[in-house]
Design a protein around this ligand. Sequence first.
Ligand SMILES: Nc1nc(=O)c2c([nH]1)NC[C@@H]1CN(c3ccc(C(=O)N[C@@H](CCC(=O)O)C(=O)O)cc3)C=[N+]21
Length: 286
Amino acid sequence: MATLIDGKRLAQLENDKTARRVAALRASGITPGLAVILVGDDPASQVYVRSKQRKARELGIYSVQTTLPATAQQAEVAAVIDAYNHDERIHAILVQSPLPAHLDEQALVAMIDPAKDVDGFHPLNVGKLYNHLPGHYPVACTPRGIITMLDTLNFEYAGARAVIVGRSILVGRPLQALLVNRNATVTMIGRRTKAAAALMKTADLLVVAAGQPQLVTAAMVKPGAVVIDVGINRLADGHLVGDVDFAAVEPLAQAITPVPGGVGPMTIASLMTQTVDLAEWSQTDA
Ligand SMILES: Nc1nc(=O)c2c([nH]1)NC[C@@H]1CN(c3ccc(C(=O)N[C@@H](CCC(=O)O)C(=O)O)cc3)C=[N+]21
């Protein structure tokens, strides 16, 4: 039987630490501030943004939100980013993804002050991560949360074979960099990959972020692998499932994340941690 990686519990532990750091910062006169920009009325995005705001306030973080209609133009969103860039109460800016298709998301992300880029999506921060540069910079929150979970397992990165299914800007690409930087050997799988199942079966660490329920079956998992399921799929009956056939894979894995209660809560915990990081760095790196 696999170790269940309890994301809810690990997130709780991390949030407790964050609350203590926020209290210490506030005692020294700095309240960490998070600004969330939501465009449109995608129901899943509204749920995520609401839980981010709730958690931030719980932890003592100053938290504000700008909501724009789905018809908002590029320049309107840009003006909101610019205002937060110059707002001294705000240390962390998040533009909820995905944006409506008529907006150029990458151009907007590039307008965020890199020192306030809590998602780590600004090209400057992406480049620093990719090149494994020293110093303080934010990294994508979902991959950061995955690393935290692997660290608690004392996962041995060096020499491990990692396979990542999904090459997104939010998850697959930044996680690839974080794992390469820890001396893992990383294979990226996309839709055009040949013999994907056989590649997955070589993985000591299998991370699945494809957005496809039941994509990974027991036949694709090496016995003893660590399996991280990033998928969040809402089925017709309202059930939330990941990308991994949990019931079939769990008996042969060394450790596995559940959905819900795995990567999702850790993503939010990482976001809170990184908001506080940015507030601290704004004092020391200025
Ligand atoms: N700029 C930006 N940054 C993000 O970090 C970002 C984003 N855009 N867009 C969407 C994805 C997705 N994401 C999730 C966060 C928490 C849960 C989460 O807490 N999930 C719960 C279940 C929640 C539910 O019931 O739907 C769980 O897995 O247990 C899920 C998904 C952050 N994202």
